[in-house]
Ligand binder design. Sequence first.
Ligand code: HSE
Length: 324
Amino acid sequence: MKTIKIGLLGLGNIGTGTYKTLEMNRKEIVSTLGTSIDIVKILEKDVDRKRDITVSKEKFTQNPDDIFKDPEIDIVIELLGGIEPAASFMLAAMENGKHVVTANKAAVAANYSKLAETAITNNVLFKYEASVGGGIPILGTLDGPLRANKFEEVLGIVNGTTNYILYMMTAEGMDYSSALKQAQELGFAEADPTADVEGIDAANKLSILMALMFDKYVPPTEIPTTGITGVTKEEIAVATAQNCKIKLIARATKLEDGTIEYSVSPMKLKDSHPLSGINKEFNAVFVKGNAVGELMFYGKGAGPLPTGSAVMGDVIEISKAILK
Ligand code: HSE
């Protein structure tokens, strides 16, 4: 019986969460697949970093070709973060016949067409569920159970760090920098939190959502984007007095004439709006389809285990296809 072998690129926060998800739920995952599954090689420089998992040192390599050229490896999981070398590594993995799973929204959003085309050309699967909404199964749902719809609108709280900061400033009266520091300590924020607080991370996710929902790829750099660094305590107090919440919203709407309007920016939402009750690091994606109507997906959009859950979900789907 074939076993599934995985090469992992990156054992930082998310890599560790993914490794832990597999170890914690190995029995259930193996029983689902009917065969064993292992992370056999890991590209990571920081071998000695303190992690709450046990990994044998022999698994570590500094040479990506040890993974791409290993004929035993079926799936490459890319969790390096950042656009490069992550995107080139994913392309190289596919060109060597490996299926690819990633949580890396920056690399996917910047190279959406190239990655999708390279997967087709090389007859491999490319999955990136964890790149939008962390643990929320939104992309697979848009592309599967909701595929029969013409999509009309998406409104998303898709960045846990900024939602956490805005929530703490609103509900706890915390100042901006203490709230950001907490979000970083909890492992939600990017290595450089500029991408979170300036709305760039949310724009990456909106770019991926639009490509799937409207079959329209807009590079994130072309999405009008405003972050939360300009949101003041006074604005939050005014919103509260008006029974509103300020949220960072990624939004795309398809107009009657077919054009799509899109932006990422802080928005004042009435307390009665379903997105205004999304607190702390939680994410939610509110979707309108012409057949299904309005739907909202809610869950943890950041953090090692919720993201690890989505990454391993993609790995299991690919493994099932390999084992067919
Ligand atoms: N920095 C991101 C966030 C991580 O805060 O949502 C998940 O993509």
